[in-house]
Design a protein around this ligand. Structure first.
Ligand code: DC
Length: 201
């Protein structure tokens, strides 16, 4: 088996997760949602832990449980500005990317920092309003108290923090293919990603 790395970056709720899972299934690659690592650290900090100690001691068990809340997302975005947290999570992501048989990693800095030599780099984006609406539909199924305004505010605040931080800010790699999913269905976005990857294989 050979190594083949697909880096998928983009802002909150752009559809990276959905596209990454579908692409991994299509090509038989392993998938790592790197946002989950930052969410797990964020959750530990919300529970009173120290962010760097949490990042250094993450275990698979920490990735279980309900990490998909707005509170945990904000905490993740806050711990993600810390260089020592990012450094602690670096090697795990790098090793995952180098596994035999192919890997898809999605996050904010995969194409720029974690895997600058990835075989394919995609930057998946959509307007803040479209992203907030999609996330609202997802979250309101689980929590009827969720409002559209809250979700939009969360998305905008995270975009700002993730883009403006000094360490590994969210931005497309110079050689990334941009996929704007604002006007695309899931099937269309996945088909586009698969087509781009096929041109690089
Ligand atoms: O992809 P997500 O929404 O689950 O990510 C949660 C937060 O984690 C995001 O707002 C910023 C941070 N993150 C990061 O800084 N770098 C990554 N590679 C992935 C996520």
């Amino acid at each position: 088996m050979t190594r083949f790395t697909v880096a998928i970056d983009g802002p909150a709720a752009a559809g990276k997760g959905t596209i990454s899972k579908a692409v991994a299934a299509h090509f038989g690659f392993a998938h790592l949602d790197t946002g989950l690592l930052y969410r797990a650290v964020g959750a530990k900090v919300l529970a009173g832990g120290d962010p760097v100690a949490a990042a250094k001691s993450l275990s698979p068990d920490d990735l279980q449980g309900n990490l998909r809340t707005q509170e945990v997302a904000q905490a993740a975005s806050r711990v993600a500005v810390l260089p020592d947290v990012r450094a602690a999570l670096f090697e795990f992501q790098r090793d995952f990317a180098a596994r035999d048989g192919g890997a898809v990693l999605d996050g904010r800095d995969i194409g720029t920092v974690i895997c600058p030599d990835a075989d394919v780099k995609l930057f998946v984006t959509a307007s803040a309003e479209v992203r907030a609406e999609r996330r609202y539909l997802e979250l309101s199924e689980k929590d009827a108290k969720t409002t559209r305004a809250d979700v939009l505010a969360d998305v905008v605040a995270r975009d700002k923090r993730d883009t403006e931080r000094a360490e590994a800010p969210l931005k497309p790699a110079h050689d990334a293919v941009i996929i704007d999913t604002s006007e695309m269905s899931i099937a269309q976005a996945v088909a586009k990603a698969v087509a781009v990857i096929n041109t690089c294989r």
